[in-house]
Design a protein around this ligand. Structure first.
Ligand code: ZN
Length: 501
């Protein structure tokens, strides 16, 4: 029996993309793969939009479509990042509740254990964030990125948080592009990928709810557009927030720079194909998606993470496609002021003490002399741990060495006295004539401190940091992305979730 499914968003600009269509539901996930724990199941049927039964099947279908798209790009998904003990089951709440506060209930989030969507009535309308395939795929996208890069969860760099958001929007777009009727609709529009359209716009219905309930100055009161001309700037020079047209350093706002780079990569790759039909668009989307996944997997964590991912995409293209899309990627990032000198990333920049690192498929080790030398150059605390892991970047095995710098936050707020934020500083180490060599750039501690300070200021400006210790569950609001936790006797800024209102 078929179900009713809205392929894009309840307020997508094309009728066929916002109206429900009847289709057979996707099968349950095969045994041995990561899946969702569902609640509120109803027998499958063609149910009217706005009913709990419709929402159940709509949200399930959107979440499975996102995972299916991912598996087409990245291979079988067998584990989530954290979630339940087996890491097989992520809870999916298509309607986790309703309430009077639009900031809390015109919202969706991923917290490592679950993806949650809400109901809100206001401004003459009821909005279900779980009814939008865009929004559901975005949240699942956070979970998918977390499954390959669990280390990014706790990053205190603005660009890493913004990349997490851009990745969610990218998964939403790639999920849409995997759907044949969606591609046909897009290609039938004037300008296709090169004009504003329903596919490069995400979360139309949720932003309409916020526009009605909060007003036009709410940063999320307009859909985010991947087709944009936003230019990367140092986030510290951007305002902490602002209306939708303003590029701000708040993660969803700043994410649009990277999403713009990705959409332009797709446009460039598609424009270079001989055919301009649905099959060619699918091929271009898959190429773009695989490059994104490869870039996300291998980009070293750094303050300039957009650049780090873009460079890793170029190197991945070299290995996967003999560099066929090098200019497509480079031109796309350049159009948003992200310069990618990708060869710079693996170029030796300094000789280090000690012999070449020992790098195997799953382990990497630096000599004691190299570790000491690196510790001094990084300005690491005397007994700071330097974590060394192997990395395969474009077929070249290198060692990734990272330490955590503690950035004190006491000057930002009186409640943050004695609290630190951890910032990863990492370098790549390779071999030159049997000796250890630094590859690419060395992080600069002053920049790290500036970046983290600016990140925490932004959290404070948006009320995303729970300052008071939580007294029961109610004390942590749905706006909270961060809290202070105690780790080995130290008060540390920690992420509790991604909040995507
Ligand atoms: Zn998000």
């Amino acid at each position: 029996m078929p179900i009713n499914f809205i392929p894009n968003d309840p307020l997508a600009s094309e009728p066929s993309m916002r109206n429900p269509r009847q289709q057979n539901r996707r099968p349950n996930r095969p045994a041995g793969r990561a899946t969702f724990v569902l609640t509120g199941a109803v027998p499958e049927a063609v149910l009217p939009v706005g009913t709990p039964g419709f929402l159940f099947w709509q949200c399930r279908e959107a979440a499975l479509a996102a995972v299916e798209t991912w598996e087409g790009l990245a291979g079988k998904l067998t584990r989530w990042a954290r979630s339940t003990p087996s890491r097989r089951r992520l809870a999916l709440f298509q309607n986790a509740g309703t309430g009077p506060d639009p900031q809390e209930f015109l919202n969706a989030f991923y917290d490592g254990q679950s993806v949650q969507f809400f109901e809100f009535t206001g401004g003459g309308k009821t909005t279900f964030s779980g009814a939008s395939t865009d929004v559901v795929a975005h949240e699942v996208g956070h979970g998918l990125l977390d499954s390959i890069r669990p280390d990014l969860w706790s990053s205190n760099f603005i660009e890493v948080g913004a990349f997490h958001e851009a990745f969610g929007d990218s998964i939403a777009m790639l999920t849409a592009l995997a759907d044949a009727p969606t591609r046909q609709t897009l290609l039938g529009l004037p300008g296709a990928l090169n004009a504003a359209n329903f596919l490069e716009a995400t979360a139309e219905d949720l932003s309409d709810g916020r526009l009605r309930a909060i007003g036009p100055n709410d940063p999320a009161s307009q859909p985010r557009h991947a087709l944009n001309t936003f230019q990367w700037q140092l986030p510290a020079f951007l305002p902490s927030g602002g209306p939708p047209a303003t590029l701000a350093r708040e993660p969803h706002s700043f994410a649009r720079v990277f999403t713009g780079c990705l959409w332009d990569t797709l446009r460039n790759i598609f424009a270079g194909l001989a055919a301009q039909d649905s099959a060619a668009l699918l091929a271009a989307a898959q190429t773009t998606g695989r490059l994104l996944v490869a870039g996300a997997r291998t980009a070293p964590e750094a303050a300039r993470f957009f650049q780090s991912v873009g460079r890793a995409m170029i190197l991945a293209d070299q290995q996967m496609n003999q560099g066929a899309n090098r200019m497509a990627i480079r031109n796309a990032f350049t159009a948003h002021n992200v310069a990618l000198g990708s060869t710079v990333m693996l170029a030796p920049t300094a000789a280090l003490a000690g012999a070449a690192p020992k790098i195997a498929a799953t382990t990497a080790a630096l000599s004691a002399a190299t570790r000491r030398d690196l510790g001094l150059r990084l300005g690491a605390a005397p007994r700071a741990q330097v974590l060394v892991t192997p990395m395969n970047i474009a077929g070249e095995r290198v060692a990734h060495a990272a330490h955590q710098r503690e950035v004190p936050l006491g000057k930002l707020h009186k409640s943050l006295k004695g609290v630190v934020a951890l910032a990863t500083e990492s370098v790549l180490v390779g071999a030159v004539r049997g000796a250890a060599a630094l590859l690419g750039a060395m992080p600069d501690s002053t920049s790290t401190i500036d970046e983290v300070t600016s990140f925490v200021e932004t959290l404070l400006a948006h009320d995303h940091l729970a300052l008071a210790p939580a007294k029961g569950a109610a004390a942590v609001s749905r706006r909270t992305t961060h809290a202070v936790t105690v780790q080995r006797g130290k008060k540390v800024l920690s992420r509790v979730g991604f909040f995507c209102g």
